[in-house]
Design a protein around this ligand. Sequence first.
Ligand SMILES: [Zn+2]
Length: 59
Amino acid sequence: MSERAAPFHCPYCGDEDLRPSEEGHGAWECAACNRAFRLKFLGLLARGLDRSDTGGDPE
Ligand SMILES: [Zn+2]
């Protein structure tokens, strides 16, 4: 399984103009809103897929 995960949209502004950040592995920069963020794989959910659209919080 690959650790790479490419976001399709910026989680902050929703733009698609993302590029890998020099900050390191899993870090991305959004050219639209100038934010940098990091994706981290936390693990698999034991309960399986649950299509909830709560959106989650940014932290
Ligand atoms: Zn953005």
